[in-house]
Design a protein around this ligand. Structure first.
Ligand code: SD4
Length: 333
């Protein structure tokens, strides 16, 4: 099957309004799927959307954008706030450790050119989102893992530090009494941060950073640092990010799926709902004990969010206001 992609950029001048229209179409011999991109609709920018209650992170990203900074700088700076927040037990310093007591971090970042960088299973370095950016910008690779990633970070000036706080150590010691390993995720309270931003130029970037599942097997990596899983950005279409049980997100390539659904004409909300549907509608899938939540934004600055269960929320900055909003969800019984 032949597949061709046409991208056209055209300047239109209608009724004194100048707008840029990007027309993206994917043609095969039997079908024409099209749509998406900007028209002369009002584009909401700057804009930031991030998983969970992440007021300060979103405010920080918004400040970068309001000063004319890039979406890439905004998502990096925003995510660093959560990485430094020791109270958040699923990101950066203070993250809950794996079953051996090691805090291992995963992160990835994507820019408006479709570039991607990631680090997986990194110990002793707090700002892994910035290390992921260095991988993207300063190496010929897209992913560095474990010790190699840590060594790379140190060569780039990042300092090693103990990421296990007293509170997280205590929680791990309590967990060890029973050592019950269930790869499920509490549906109410998580704070992996996935963030998407549109800057004043209309460019979109995204970032995602986490310590992964608490008490995971040593070496386990979830969706967060994987392109198309925890994050995907296509500057012509939009972006998406995930939180929750990474295994389920990975099996459905959730963030990539959402962006592709938007490319086919779905709104960010419809695309998030369909991506959750792909998880929960698998025959025999017992989704009662795990959570997955998605956020998405399209090129126009329309947003969407959806989760399996109640309790997922997201922060959104637009029209100069930063709000935490409860997401709509699937399991209403
Ligand atoms: C993971 N998706 O490692 C992450 C965990 C998460 O809020 O999002 N926690 O599977």
């Amino acid at each position: 099957m032949k597949r061709r992609k046409f991208i056209q950029n055209a300047s239109l001048s209608t009724l004194g309004v100048v707008a840029t229209a990007a027309i993206v179409s994917c043609k095969t011999e039997t079908e024409t799927t099209a749509i998406v991109a900007t028209s002369n609709d009002k584009v909401v920018k700057p804009l930031v959307i991030a998983t969970w209650k992440t007021d300060l992170a979103v405010e920080t990203a918004a400040e970068v954008l309001e000063k004319g900074g890039s979406a890439l700088d905004a998502v990096e700076q925003g995510c660093r706030i959560e990485e430094a927040n020791e109270k958040g037990q699923s990101v950066g310093k203070g993250g809950l450790p794996d079953r051996d007591g090691d805090v291992t971090l995963d992160a990835c970042i994507m820019d408006e050119k479709g570039n991607y960088g990631a680090v997986l299973g990194v110990k002793n370095i707090k700002h892994v989102i910035s290390v992921a950016r260095k991988v993207m910008e300063d190496t010929p690779h897209v992913m560095l893992v474990g010790e190699g990633a840590e060594k790379f970070a140190v060569t780039k000036g990042f300092e090693r530090e103990n990421l296990l706080t007293e509170a997280s150590k205590k929680a791990w010691e309590n967990w060890k009494i029973k050592s019950e390993y269930k790869p499920i995720i509490n549906i109410e309270n998580h704070d992996t941060i996935g963030m998407l931003a549109i800057d004043k130029k209309g460019n979109i970037s995204g970032a995602c950073t986490t310590s992964g599942l608490a008490y995971k097997m040593a070496g386990r990596v979830g969706d967060s640092p994987i392109i198309g899983g925890g994050l995907f950005v296509d500057n012509e279409i939009g972006g998406a990010s995930a939180t929750g049980l990474g295994e389920e997100v990975l099996k459905t390539v959730g963030s990539f799926l959402i962006v592709e659904l938007m490319r086919q004409g779905k709104s960010p909300q419809e695309a998030c709902e369909e991506a959750i549907g792909r998880i929960v509608n698998k025959p025999g899938k017992d989704f009662k004990n795990f959570q997955v939540g998605y956020i998405a934004v399209n090129k126009k600055g329309e947003t969407g969010a959806y989760s399996i269960h109640e309790w997922f929320s997201y922060n959104i900055y637009k029209d100069k206001e930063n709000k935490n909003i409860k997401s709509d969800y699937f399991n209403k019984v």
